[in-house]
Design a protein around this ligand. Sequence first.
Ligand code: HEC
Ligand code: HEC
Ligand code: HEC
Ligand code: HEC
Ligand code: HEC
Ligand code: HEC
Ligand code: HEC
Length: 261
Amino acid sequence: MRPSWLTPGQVALVLAGAGAVVALLSACASFDGTVAAPPHVEGATFVGNAACADCHTNLTSVFPASAHGRYHRDDLRFAGATGCESCHGPGSKHIAAAGAREFIVNPGKDPTACFACHLEIQAEFHLPQRHPVLEGRMHCSQCHDPHGPDIAQPAGGLAMARLNETCAGCHREQTRPFVFEHEAMREGCTSCHQPHGSISSKLLVQRDANLCLKCHAQTPQGNGVWIGKVDHTQLLRLGSCWSAGCHTAVHGSSVHPKLLY
Ligand code: HEC
Ligand code: HEC
Ligand code: HEC
Ligand code: HEC
Ligand code: HEC
Ligand code: HEC
Ligand code: HEC
């Protein structure tokens, strides 16, 4: 029998049974998602993380440090809401069959399991500009480690380096070494780009000069506006800093210190 997703009727049933869990999770003030039903595996029951440890020690040992693990309690009643099985579905039949793949859900290529709790993220992937996750061309787990410490977690410079590295895996041109580096890159790609989706083209956080002005102060001098040591009064009327044919090398330049090209 193949695992399948719950029908709406079954969802209602699981939700009713998971009332205590919903209360537990809604106590986490920073989490505005809705806890819904875990993936369904026909005829299987929840066994808890400890049962997975026998064969997947590498994952159960890193899991407590993950964003999801922090909310987990070693209590069978919460297995389907915060544990391994909240993403993989109940594991009893998988274990009874010595790890048979047909009795466990692998959400690697299908974000449905994630959207059960992260509804607001689902909305971001419906914005006009977006990473093609819903289109099936890439997956949440190419940017997020579902089991270990996550890139979205601030951990000093280390997490930032890992963040850019993750993007570099697919975007070589913007992440190669440059002779004239743009220091903004040290604050991470997300200082200018929305990682999931955006209303602005190129997933930009802001579509106009404000994107740059949040770090580069404009100083009024006389009737003009100066940025750095250059009078930008006329220049700012030409368009955004990068599209007006000025700082086209926003990610860094190999030829020009002012990132002109
Ligand atoms: C008795 C050992 C054993 C236990 C216990 C076990 N697994 Fe597995 N699991 C395996 C084996 C072996 C595979 C690899 C199957 C294969 O490659 O065909 C596997 C594969 C998986 C996969 C990948 C399936 C896929 O389609 O790629 C997931 C997800 C998984 N296990 C989750 C769990 C979870 C969650 C638990 C605890 C509820 C668990 N496992 C407990 C042995 C086990
Ligand atoms: C937040 C959801 C989530 C939770 C919680 C979760 N997993 Fe996974 N798991 C995934 C995703 C997504 C993949 C696919 C990863 C990929 O394709 O790179 C995966 C893949 C796997 C695999 C097969 C691939 C591999 O990396 O070996 C196993 C086995 C597995 N998980 C076991 C577990 C165990 C054991 C736990 C609990 C300690 C757990 N998972 C908790 C989402 C989750
Ligand atoms: C059972 C509910 C549930 C499921 C299913 C789930 N999450 Fe989460 N997720 C949470 C909760 C709760 C948090 C913690 C929120 C917080 O810290 O504010 C969280 C946090 C996160 C974070 C933030 C990490 C950080 O460091 O701040 C990421 C990224 C994430 N989840 C990705 C995923 C992905 C990818 C999947 C699917 C593979 C998934 N989640 C499935 C409940 C879930
Ligand atoms: C292109 C890489 C990428 C993909 C693909 C991606 N994310 Fe993210 N996600 C990020 C980055 C980077 C952050 C951190 C954003 C920040 O700190 O400003 C993040 C933050 C998050 C957060 C926590 C912060 C928040 O906005 O609430 C959650 C939850 C999350 N992602 C879930 C998901 C889920 C679920 C998927 C798949 C449907 C997914 N992400 C796909 C890169 C990605
Ligand atoms: C797994 C590969 C992958 C990863 C990792 C990845 N991207 Fe992407 N990115 C894509 C794909 C595919 C597209 C869509 C390109 C298209 O439609 O032609 C895209 C599009 C973009 C675009 C818009 C480009 C345009 O022409 O509109 C930006 C900006 C971007 N990604 C930034 C990032 C950032 C920042 C990160 C890290 C947080 C990241 N990407 C991680 C694959 C990836
Ligand atoms: C200082 C702000 C800034 C930072 C930081 C930044 N970008 Fe960009 N990025 C831009 C702007 C502005 C554009 C639009 C350029 C254009 O339209 O010509 C862009 C465009 C892109 C594109 C689309 C390129 C194309 O030719 O269509 C990708 C992909 C991209 N950025 C990836 C990244 C990655 C990956 C990182 C981190 C390593 C990053 N960016 C960091 C500002 C930034
Ligand atoms: C996250 C902050 C941040 C953002 C956003 C940002 N920059 Fe920068 N930028 C810096 C820092 C820091 C430096 C190095 C210090 C300096 O010269 O001000 C720098 C340097 C520069 C330089 C070289 C200046 C010189 O005199 O050597 C140019 C040109 C530049 N940025 C253009 C842009 C443009 C265009 C944008 C918008 C697409 C932008 N910056 C967005 C932080 C940022």
